[in-house]
Structure formats: structure tokens, C-alpha cells
Design a protein around this ligand. Structure first.
Ligand code: SF4
Length: 496
């Protein structure tokens, strides 16, 4: 996919135009689902990966050991809500060469404290440089770069006196691109069934007779063996279930200064009648065994979603799905399905994840996954559409019903703004995941009982509408914390 842009006199007003997709943009299930650390895919994971890309460049150049200093400039939305989203922390960990997938989030505080106290950082894990985060990371809240609201520039100085700068854009869902680089996939091989739209997906489903998940599984063969894809999906599921379980068993308050009380653990305790389970499997079985009364069921859906996003807000290990702020919707609906609609099998989990990922990919190609571009419809709206489609396929829906479920879920998130209080991914973000999950389940049930031939709105039409709505949305509602709830509940937080 190629992007072009033009930029009005007002530096806040960006109008992005997507032009014909040439060449086809290949997106894997593991681009949509990524294991990482909270709280934000665009403000934490993206900048972390940008720092790793800078290290890669310095290593290729054999200049890493010559570096004397690195300054970081954060622009636009990264500057405005970067403190609350931990952008500075992510950049520091990235510069030390830590991998967001394997780094133990428990060590974050001590690692950052060490850098602050020593005023030094070990670049790429092997070359010590001076680093004073308060001085060397600049939050340029009045400045934006034209290509995308989430921009960061690294200014690197060398022993020789030379210097160079590199700018990256964090374009949502943990995807990054370097300035001057075309938006292109790291995946070079083209899949069997190129898909840019819901219509194309349906075309391949009809041609092959495959359900959506099988079309996706077939496409993944272009990049790895079937066995490796299955193992990767197992890893995603393991992180999701550990995150839900941990979130349901952790009490206390969230970091950041808002003093938001964690609620999943209390809800879990009440719903499970105070019993203790040491592992996810026996816990899920106990949940199932208590029946499926309506209130009991929706309370559990909320509990699962709260658990993930409380973990996310605590810099915990989560799966970006398709973003971190919206990371609770897919696992919540997946847990709903396993607890209340048929139980666990490895195949059902894989089917769910493959289908969900394809819907996320269609939104990324036709619209955006970035709240800084499209508001919360791009996060919670997309995750809800992903979960609705996945649930529908797993419950036996036809391919058309799967797409219909995704359409219904997004249709009722259109225009949803992003207005996090104090720039923290807590209010309204955490509860919003419960709403996205419930809407996904409702959308799936509606689709399963509808004839798609009579549907008036297609998934492609809703993708297009979401993109147009994104462009019309005032910048205040695009992850700037300058409008909506963020403005109504002004809180001045001490920097932490
Ligand atoms: S309001 Fe929505 S889009 Fe904005 S940070 Fe929260 S979850 Fe993400």
C-alpha cells in the first residue's frame, strides 16, 4: 500500500489519501497479533521498535561503538500523550537493545531507575553512552511532522564529531516506518490469495470453498510452514491466557497517578465464589461449570476484558490485538467462546485467531489501526470487528455471515473518539474494551441469525466509512488528550 499526503496550513490538519495498492501489501497474522509490553502499541511498542531499528542501522554501519550521545525528539501525539503511554520508557529500553517480546516487564522500573540514576545507558547492550532522559528525550508538544502524528527523531552524535538523524513514524498497531521509506511489508513472498478488501476475501472463500481461517492459513504458508504457524498461534494464545489469568488475580491500583483501582480481581473473586485456582485450565473449567446465566456470562466477559487492559495499563505482558489499548477485546471474546460456547480445542483457538487477524488486516489496508489517525474506532472498533468475525466463524457461521458480523461490530463504533484522561491508557480505555467485547458478541449473534444477502451495508463500505470519518474527525479526538473526557476531567499529574 502506498500512502500520499498533503498538508494544510494548519499543522494539525493532516489529510491522508490512500492510493492504489501497488504492490499488494502482505500482512501476516503475526503482524496483527504481536507479543509485547503495555500500555500502547503506537506509543510504546512502535517507539521501542523504532529504537531497535536505529540500533540495527548503527550495527550495519559498524558505527555503534562510535556513538557518544543519542537525543530523542517526540512529536505530535507521541509528545502529547507520550508520558502517560510510557513512550520515553519504551525508547530507553529499545536503545538498550531489549526485545519487547521477551523482556520481563517486572524489570522495567529498576532498569529505568538505573539509567536515570547513573545518567548512562548501554546502547545495544554493549556500548555505554551518556543519557539523561529528562534532558535527552524532548516532548515537543507544539510540533508535528506532516506525514503522521506519531513521529520520533533520533539525533545521533559520534566521536568524530559527525552526527546524523533518523525519523520514524509509529503508524498504529506497533507498525513503524522510517522516513522516506514506502509503507511496505517485510514479507517478500506473495501469498496464494492476495487480499486487500472484504470482497477479495469473499472471492477466495467462494472460489476455494474454504472458511476465512483456512484462506488465511493457506496464505501464511507463503512465509512459514503450517507447523510453525500453529506454534506461533500457540504462543499468542499462551500470552493471552496468562494475561487474562494474571489480570483476574492482581489487585491494587494502576500506575500513572490517576489512582484507578483494578477491578478484574474483585469481579473474579465474586464470580468464582472466592475459590482459588492455580492454573488457567482448572479456572476456566470452574467458570464453565457454574452455568451460563445471562448476567453471570456478561460479567465474565467484562472481567476478561478488564483483566487484560489492567495488565496493559501496568506495563504488563500483552498481545497487541490489533493495538494495546484495545488488547482486551479479542481475548475476552475468545474466553467467552471457550467458557460458554463449546470449550477449548487447539483448532478452535487457531481458527479464531486466524479469522480475527484477517479482519484486522483489511482495516489496516483500507483504513487505519492508529488512534492518532482515526480515533478509538480504529482501536476498539477494529478489535470488536475482529472478535465478532472470529466468533461467528467458530460458531459455524458462513463466510458471508463472518464478514457481516465484522461489519455490524464496526458500524456501531463509527465516530468513536480517542480521549484518554491524562494521556493514560486507563479511562475510558479499560472499560471500553468491555463494550467492544459485548458488541462483538451481539454482532456475531445478529449475523448468525441473519441472511447476509439482505444486508444493506457491506464490510468494505464500513471500512471506507470509517476511513472517511477518521479524516473528518477533529484532531482533538485523535490520541492527543486535548478533547472529550480528557478535557472534561482535567487532572494534572506529577511526572512519573
Ligand atoms: S481511548 Fe481508545 S484509542 Fe484512545 S488510547 Fe484509549 S483505547 Fe486507545
Amino acid at each position: 500500500m502506498i500512502w500520499s499526503w498533503y498538508h494544510s496550513v494548519n499543522t494539525e490538519a493532516f489529510i491522508f489519501v490512500k492510493i492504489i495498492a501497488l504492490p499488494y501489501e502482505a500482512i501476516s497474522v503475526f503482524d496483527i497479533f504481536k507479543i509485547g509490553v503495555g500500555p500502547s502499541s503506537s506509543h510504546t511498542l512502535g517507539p521501542w521498535k523504532a529504537a531497535l531499528r536505529l540500533l540495527e542501522h548503527l550495527r550495519q554501519d559498524a558505527s555503534l561503538s562510535e556513538v557518544t550521545s543519542v537525543r530523542v525528539l517526540l512529536y505530535g501525539s507521541l509528545a502529547k500523550t507520550g508520558k502517560g503511554h510510557g513512550t520515553d520508557i519504551a525508547v530507553l529500553l529499545g536503545l538498550t537493545g531489549e526485545d519487547p517480546e521477551s523482556f520481563d516487564p517486572i524489570s522495567i522500573d529498576s532498569r529505568i531507575e538505573d539509567i536515570r540514576r547513573m545518567k548512562r545507558l548501554v546502547l545495544g547492550g554493549r556500548h555505554e553512552i551518556q543519557m539523561e532522559p529528562e534532558e535527552d528525550i524532548d516532548f515537543l508538544i507544539t510540533e508535528s511532522l506532516p506525514f503522521h502524528p506519531n513521529a520520533l527523531t533520533f539525533l545521533v552524535s559520534f566521536q568524530s564529531g559527525a552526527a546524523f538523524s533518523q525519523t520514524y513514524y509509529s503508524i498504529g498497531g506497533g507498525f513503524i516506518i522510517q522516513e522516506g521509506e514506502q509503507l511496505q511489508s517485510a514479507l517478500q513472498t506473495q501469498p496464494s490469495f492476495p487480499i486487500d478488501s472484504a470482497d477479495e476475501l469473499l472471492h477466495w472463500c467462494m472460489k476455494t470453498g474454504f472458511p476465512v481461517s483456512e484462506v488465511v492459513a493457506e496464505n501464511e504458508l507463503a512465509w512459514r510452514s503450517s507447523d510453525d504457524t500453529k506454534k506461533g498461534l500457540d504462543r499468542i494464545w499462551n500470552v493471552m491466557k496468562e494475561c487474562v489469568f494474571k489480570g483476574c488475580h492482581t489487585e491494587g491500583f494502576l500506575p500513572g497517578g490517576l489512582e484507578v483501582k483494578r477491578r478484574a480481581a474483585g469481579l473474579n473473586k465474586r464470580l468464582i465464589s472466592g475459590r482459588n485456582y492455580s492454573d488457567h485450565t482448572s479456572w476456566l473449567e470452574a467458570i464453565t461449570s457454574a452455568g451460563n446465566d445471562f448476567q453471570y456470562t456478561i460479567d465474565w466477559v467484562s472481567c476478561f476484558a478488564l483483566a487484560v487492559n489492567e495488565e496493559n495499563a501496568s506495563f504488563g505482558r500483552v498481545v497487541t490485538a490489533p493495538t494495546n489499548g484495545a488488547a482486551g477485546v479479542v481475548p475476552a471474546v475468545l474466553h467467552y467462546m471457550l467458557a460458554f460456547c463449546g470449550g477449548y480445542t487447539r483448532e478452535r483457538v487457531h481458527m479464531f485467531l486466524l479469522t480475527a487477524a484477517e479482519i484486522g488486516s483489511i482495516f489496516k489496508k483500507g483504513a487505519t489501526l492508529s488512534a492518532a489517525m482515526g480515533g478509538c474506532q480504529a482501536e476498539i472498533g477494529v478489535s470488536s470487528a475482529m472478535a465478532a468475525a472470529a466468533l461467528t466463524e467458530c460458531l459455524g457461521g458462513t463466510q458471508r455471515q463472518v464478514l457481516m458480523a465484522a461489519e455490524i461490530a464496526m458500524e456501531h463504533h463509527l465516530g468513536l473518539t480517542c480521549d484518554p484522561i491524562a494521556g493514560l491508557v486507563q479511562i475510558p480505555c479499560i472499560e471500553r474494551n468491555t463494550m467492544g467485547a459485548i458488541k462483538a458478541i451481539t454482532a456475531s449473534r445478529l449475523a448468525l441469525q441473519s441472511a447476509p444477502d439482505y444486508a444493506k451495508v457491506s464490510l468494505d463500505a464500513v471500512v471506507k466509512t470509517m476511513w472517511q470519518t477518521a479524516q473528518d474527525m477533529n484532531h482533538k479526538y485523535k490520541e492527543t488528550a486535548e478533547g472529550g473526557l480528557a478535557l472534561q476531567i482535567p487532572l494534572s499529574l506529577s511526572e512519573c
